[in-house]
Write a new protein. Structure first.
Length: 92
């Protein structure tokens, strides 16, 4: 079995509301091929919030339910970075 690679991290260095900076870690190792359908629906803005939260719970280390709504943008940014890295691991 292959060893899991390190989670992708994005640091929220300047939150707009003056809140404490937040580091979001994304780990795609819990995803299944079927989750690509969820990503596709999310990209088309056709994903109910309950499914979005469930999906984010799978990929964000330590979960998302406890985080403030104002941090959704940094969570999506971290997820996008992780997916980009997984799609192009050599940076090509």
């Amino acid at each position: 079995m292959a060893e899991a690679k390190a989670a992708v991290k994005v640091k929220d260095v300047a939150p707009a509301n003056g809140a404490v900076p937040l580091e979001i870690k994304i780990d795609l190792d819990n995803l299944l091929i079927g989750d690509l359908e969820t990503l596709d629906r999310a990209g088309k803005n056709d994903l109910p919030m309950t499914e979005l939260v469930g999906f984010l719970e799978k990929v964000v280390v330590d979960g998302v339910r406890h985080l403030p709504m104002s941090r959704l943008g940094i969570i999506i940014e971290a997820l996008t970075a992780a997916i980009g890295e997984a799609s192009n691991p050599a940076g090509n």
